[in-house]
Structures are given as C-alpha cells and as structure tokens.
Design a protein around this ligand. Structure first.
Ligand code: ATP
Ligand code: MG
Length: 392
C-alpha cells in the first residue's frame, strides 16, 4: 500500500554544519538494515528529508522492524508521495489515502499541512481548510477535531508532496558510526549486551572481545556469546568479535596469586587484553556491563582496581542501574532469553568463596609480581591466537 517511508530523525537535526555527516550515516545504516530483508529498497536524502522507497513488494512489518533497529531514527511514517500536483489532484489523493489507510471511518481528524515550497499557490491554512472539507465531503461520518484528533493527516508540500498520518516510533539515539568506536567486553550474561547496545545507541561503532576458558567453559557458552553479539549487531551493525583463549592465564593466576584476589587480577588482565584489541580496531574506549555493587568485583574499590590498568576511558553505562532496570532493557532489545541460557562463563569456574570486596591496589600489584616470569608472553600469545568472528 505504501511505496515510501518518511524517516524522521530528532537529535541529528541540531548538529549544525556537521548535520550532513549524521544524515549520510543514517542513510547508509537504514539502507543496510533494509538490504537484509526481502524486497528492493532505496534510501535517499532529499532537501533535509530522508526517505526509504520500496521498488518491489515487501512485508510491512518487516520494514518497520528493520527500521526500528536503526539508531538515529525517531519516527517512521508510511506515506504516499506525489509529484507537485495541483490542488484538485492533491485533494483526490488525500481522500484516497484516508480511505485506504482507515477502513473504519469512525475517528476524528485534523489536516496538518506544511508548505515548505513557497511556490505552491495555496498556503498551509488554506490547504488545511480545503483538504479537511474534501475529506468530510467524501466521508461525512468523520469529524474534525482541531484540539485532540485521533488522526493527523499530514500533508507536506515540498519538491514533491508527502501524505502520511501514522508516525511509528523509532529507537532514537544517533546513527552508529558518528561517534567513534568502542571495544565491548562481552560475556554471556545479561549486562554486557545491554551495555554495548546503550553505547551503540549514542552512535558508537561497537566491536567486542570475549574471554573463553576451554575446557572450563564449553563451546555452547561461546556460541551463546556469538548469538548475543548477533543480537546486539542487529542494532549496532557489523561487529568484529574477538574470542580470546583465557585458560592459561587464568590457571597461571590461580597458581600464583591469592585466591581471594583472583577475580580482580583476572579482570585487570581482561582489561589489558581488551585494550590491545581496541588498539587493533582503532577504538577510543572500552565498554563493560559493570554496575556498582552487583558482585564483589563491582564495589567501587574493585572497579577502581580494575580501572587502574586501563589507559583508555572505560564506559560503564549500567553503573547506576539496578538489576531489574538492566533486565527490562535486555527484554526490550531481545537479548534476555539468550543471556539467561545456563552455560557457565569463565568467571564462575574459578571464583573464590570469599573474594576481596575492598582490594588494595598496592597489594594486588604485589601479588601480580608473582606473574612476572610468564605473563607478558602469555598475554601476547592470547592476543595473537584470538579467533576473529565476523558478525555481519
Ligand atoms: P554480565 O551479565 O555482562 O556477564 P556480570 O554481572 O556477570 O556481567 P562480571 O562477571 O563481574 O559481571 O563481569 C563484569 C563485566 O566484565 C561484564 O559486564 C563484561 O563487560 C566483562 N566480562 C566479564 N566476563 C567476561 C568474559 N568472559 N568475556 C568478556 N567480558 C567479560
Ligand atoms: Mg558475566
């Protein structure tokens, strides 16, 4: 029924002279999302408006779903587009639009015209009145309500004419690729996929690293992380996922350091290794799913100890979220069901009964001296041997 969709964007409208960068990226990302579904689509930018045109049959819900995964889109308006026709033909089209879109004629409406093209002989006030009258003539059962109408019939007079009523809510945020790059520490839990999603929502292109500890963690645990990466990438676009074999390092720490410090020391090495991949990808930040107080390794003291090894800024978008708030987002973005699959992650295998909750950085550093002999080589080996999974 609709050949085109008007794509509305909110925040990028205010970016001044860099605006075209945001728009062009949004066009690219929307095109990429639509290329993944059945049908032939073309996303184009014209006079400060972005449109997606369908050049073939398509499934309406699929198009909406695809566009609802693109950050930067505030609203999606299925629309009818006409050449710059004269009033009589416009009125006919508007009546046809209302007839087709609303099978049941039992609502109130208001015509909202905007005349961006000042060459059009009627102004928006005239158009509102005339088109409202034309709709009422065709469907006397309808009523006009200028204050709280059920339906806004939008008519935009530009180089072409756009007619639309529904504005389907988009994800909001900024187009991915307009705000730099980040390296997400992605585990199989609930939190880190949400953290990656949140940062991507601000326009950051996200790649990921997963620390795998075979045979303590299974192939299925790894597959779960790959699946989570795919779910996040549905929003964030292509992603490089580095799977690091962390077993030897973990065992080495286990052998050489006090067990109650194991988690903190392990996490410090995870951060260091993640930084190596960040450098490889040209990322400007690390991203984790940490949240204050969730576990022993996420007290402010523990977070400080983990943070101390990092040279890049570490973004922790969930830092002040309650677990339930995180769960709510994960349900919304569809990662929850995968996250709660029961496969073990590498941190649970070695956790001490009584991990330190207020680690002393000097003491941790002293413990780490026990690793001096081999740890640099082991890190280099872990980085070198990492498997790269391309998530498309
Ligand atoms: P999540 O639900 O994201 O697994 P969590 O509550 O289990 O988090 P931790 O295990 O303490 O918390 O991990 C904190 C953060 O460290 C995670 O959100 C993630 O960013 C990172 N992380 C933990 N384990 C791994 C891993 N095996 N691979 C990559 N990153 C990890
Ligand atoms: Mg975890």
């Amino acid at each position: 029924m609709y050949k085109s969709f008007l794509i509305k964007y909110a925040e990028i409208g205010v970016k001044g002279k860099n605006r075209y960068i945001f728009e062009d990226q949004l066009v690219k990302n929307a095109q990429r999302a639509l290329d993944k579904i059945d049908g032939d689509f073309k996303v184009r930018k014209e006079y400060g408006r972005i449109y997606a045109d369908a050049n073939s049959d398509y499934d309406f819900d699929e198009v909406i779903d695809a566009l609802q995964h693109v950050f930067g889109i505030a609203g999606i308006c299925p629309m009818m587009q006409l050449e710059l026709v004269e009033y009589d033909e416009l009125a006919k089209a508007v009546v046809e639009f209302v007839d087709k879109v609303y099978e049941k004629k039992d609502f109130t409406f208001k015509v909202m015209s905007r005349r961006a093209n000042k060459n059009y002989p009627m102004d928006s006030m005239e158009l509102n009145i005339e088109l409202g009258g034309a709709i009422l003539d065709a469907f006397p059962e309808l009523k006009v309500d200028v204050h709280k109408p059920d339906v806004f019939v939008n008519v935009e007079i530009r180089e072409q004419i756009n007619i639309y009523s529904d504005i389907i809510k988009g994800q909001g945020g900024l187009p991915v690729g307009t705000a730099g790059k980040g390296m997400l520490l992605l585990s199989g839990g609930i939190d880190s996929p949400v953290a990656g999603w949140m940062v991507a929502k601000r326009g950051v292109k996200v790649d990921a690293v997963y620390f795998h500890a075979p045979p303590y963690t299974s192939e299925r645990a790894k597959q779960k992380v790959v699946d989570l990466a795919k779910l996040v990438s549905k929003y964030s676009g292509e992603m490089n996922l580095y799977v690091v074999n962390f077993t030897d390092i973990q065992m080495y720490i286990y052998d050489k350091c006090p067990h109650e410090e194991l988690t903190i020391i392990m996490r410090r090495y995870m951060m260091k290794i993640a930084e190596a991949f960040a450098e490889k990808e040209g990322s400007q930040c690390l991203i984790t799913g940490e949240s204050i107080g969730q576990v022993a390794s996420q007290t402010t003291q523990s977070l400080a100890a983990t943070n101390e090894v990092c040279t890049l800024p570490v973004f922790r978008p969930l830092i002040a979220f309650d677990k339930q708030e995180i769960v709510d987002v994960s349900l919304k973005i569809d990662t929850y069901e995968t996250s709660i699959l029961p496969y073990e992650d590498c941190c649970t295998t070695f956790v001490a009964k009584h991990p330190v909750t207020k680690p002393n950085i000097e003491r941790i550093k002293k413990s780490e001296l026990n690793l001096a002999e081999k740890i640099d080589d082991m890190m280099a080996e872990a980085i070198e041997s990492a498997e790269l999974v391309k998530i498309m």
